[in-house]
Design a protein around this ligand. Structure first.
Ligand SMILES: [Zn+2]
Length: 357
């Protein structure tokens, strides 16, 4: 059969369902135009599942401005429906995972492993993926094909790889978690919890989860935490010091993004140690002299999830990790507003939105 015969014209409806934030606290599912190929390097995917990110709560709570109706979402898995003329590595019908930043994966920044800051980066948050379809720019660089036929559990985990797992993984790598290391994790949201999973996979000897919520403590322990610290701020730092012979952690993950959490992370880390910070920074200011005497390495920012996706997909498809259990609420996309409320009120850790229910 020739490829000409296999290439069918897309039969998508002109409009699709999409989660739109109209104002803080006002999330609706609207009909908007179905995306089409714009650049020859684009792909259109049918989104099978997306999720609500902790970072979506910043505008939801009015801490970030909402400038008119905004298509939401930047985490996604799906099936390729159509490709632009210059797409070579991704084919129609592929089941794919991408990250929250589209990247060419060829520029010097990408090749150094920092695809989230690709010189041609496109933030998927500005495109929207909580919808029936999504346009993925730079498809060859952004999307990774999943071989085989994922089980429902593997499918959830692949969705987690798109952001929360990839971000937690980057945080653990940036903090240089590894054999013989004590890793402290500030933040018990999905990213912090999956940083625990990452630290465990990377061989950390001891993993201290900082959490005061019983359900999240339980998940932290499931993912590999060896100790739980409920105290915050200076009291939390004192507890970490106490648990580490007065030294502090070798590696600390910061997964919140507030002044308190950042200072907690820096101060909980021993001199010579490393902080991986991935909480989106809001109002954080560092005192130069404090930082000077902390003598720690800081590496963070938007996680280059694309760097880790092939490895994470392999770990998931061989059932060596099960990050998908972090999703504690699954809703059809029509009920997205309920999902935002549940996360805002901390009734849910991580909400999965599916187009297939
Ligand atoms: Zn690049």
């Amino acid at each position: 059969m020739s490829t000409d015969i296999m290439r069918t014209e897309p039969t998508r409806a002109a409009t699709m369902r999409a989660v739109i934030m109209h104002a803080p606290g006002d999330v609706r599912v609207d009909d908007i135009p179905t995306p089409t190929i714009v650049e020859p390097t684009d792909a259109i995917i049918r989104v099978t599942a997306a999720c609500i990110c902790g970072s979506d709560l910043w505008p939801y709570r009015g801490i970030e401005p909402v400038n008119g109706p905004t298509a939401m979402g930047h985490e996604y898995i799906g099936v390729v429906e159509e490709i632009g003329d210059e797409v070579r590595d991704i084919s129609v019908g592929d089941f794919v995972v991408g990250s929250f930043v589209a990247s060419d994966n060829t520029c010097e920044i990408c090749r150094a492993g920092f695809q989230s800051r690709c010189i041609h980066q496109v933030m998927m948050g500005g495109v929207g993926t909580q919808s029936d379809y999504a346009r993925i720019p730079l498809a060859d660089g952004t999307l990774v094909k999943v071989e085989g036929d994922p089980t429902p559990a593997q499918t959830r985990s692949l969705l987690a790889a798109s952001d929360v797992l990839g971000t937690g993984w980057f945080a653990a790598v940036a903090a240089e978690a590894g054999p013989g290391k004590t890793v402290a994790v500030v933040g018990d949201g999905a990213v912090g919890l999956l940083a625990i999973l990452a630290a465990k996979q990377l061989g950390a000897e001891r993993i201290i989860a900082m959490s005061r919520h019983a359900d999240r403590q339980a998940l932290a322990t499931t993912f590999g935490a060896t100790d739980i610290v409920e105290e915050r701020g200076d009291a939390g730092v004192a507890k970490i010091k106490e648990l580490t012979g007065g030294y502090g952690a070798h590696s600390t993950v910061e997964a919140v993004g507030t002044q308190e959490s950042m200072m907690q992370a820096i101060h909980a880390t021993r001199p010579g140690g490393h902080v991986g910070y991935v909480g989106v920074s809001h109002g954080v200011e560092l005192d130069g002299l404090d930082l000077f005497f902390s003598t720690v390495s800081l590496l963070g920012g938007p996680a280059p999830v694309r760097r880790f996706l092939p490895e994470l997909i392999d770990l998931i498809m061989s059932d060596r990790i099960d990050p998908g259990i972090v999703f504690d609420l699954t809703l059809p996309i029509e009920e997205a507003a309920d999902g935002y409320r549940a996360m805002d009120e901390r009734r849910a850790t991580k909400v999965l939105l599916t187009t297939e229910l």
